[in-house]
Design a protein around this ligand. Sequence first.
Ligand code: PMV
Length: 365
Amino acid sequence: MTHTEFLPSKYNRIVTEGKVTFKAPSNIALVKYWGKKEDQIPANPSLSFTLDACATTTSISYAIVKGKGSGFSFEFLFDGKPKPDFEPKILTFFKRIVYYLPFLREYHFTIDTSNSFPHSSGIASSASGMAALALGLMHLEKELDPKITQEFFFRKASFLARLGSGSACRSIEGDLMLWGGHKDIPGSSDLYAIKYPFEVHDVFHGYHDTILLVDKGQKQVSSTVGHDLMHGHPFAEQRFAQAHEHISKLRGVLATGDLKEFISIVESEALTLHAMMMTSRPYFILMKPNTLKIIEKIWAFRATSNTHLCFTLDAGANVHVLYPKDEKEKVNQFIKDELVAYCENGQYICDRIGFGAKRVLPAQV
Ligand code: PMV
């Protein structure tokens, strides 16, 4: 399937105004996306857990503008207050997707967004934010073309979200999402994420993710720059091949609930991501001393406690501690006793696997 699938047919309805709200979750990759080609095409496939508590809620109000020129008309609010410094991002996004949503030039949009997680917690809101925005715009497209099926709605929302921020395409549905073509996975695509289509053992249902906020500051190197440094990276090809292999191996692991192998793949992925950063030119390090201290503590605790917690990392210093729901009591106690001390201001977020974005109905806003 190519991107032409997402070009709209002629709309047969007129919609003058409306408002819609979507709440979209963040996600955490088990197999990481790091490196991309033109147009946000990933250099390798990635697999993620959709989260539940960490989410962005975005309301879009739209009103048709008569006699509009060729530009875009929108305003962006964060927590109800104007946030003009975010507008260039929206403008870039609109320019990228207008080919697929030509109505963007015909409306004035008021985009009001808020995050469930604390502002500047070091948790990127680009995945949840772009997913919520893409879903809101798809809602308007469905108003204009009611024939759009639910399946297409989500697929195109994922496709559009990807053009905003790659990993955002995995934040539309849940609980396990795959993005990027993989030879053993029918329906997998570089253009959008799909629900992981194979068997998943019970142990992974309701899996927990406690996010330890090690460093809440602004990242020194953005993901955009990091992805770019994979061009000409000496280990790029091996890394991309490894991601394909890890996804193949995870198929058996996820089906049988082999936690030992799960931990080995997930932690290897996290460290490989950071190893790619450390071996780029220019090289950089996003982990902090406390990131490493937490990793050591996790390894020591796992070796002596008969638990199956493991860590993963995003492009930052924060640590995601993953564990089965049945081990919640033991692991939470360990986190409180031994890991919270390494978090900035003792802050952490308790999250778990979730099932994707939801429309928020007017009474709930
Ligand atoms: O979606 P981006 O461009 O912010 O890149 C995200 C990259 C990682 O979070 C490091 C890995 C991933 O697959 O989510």
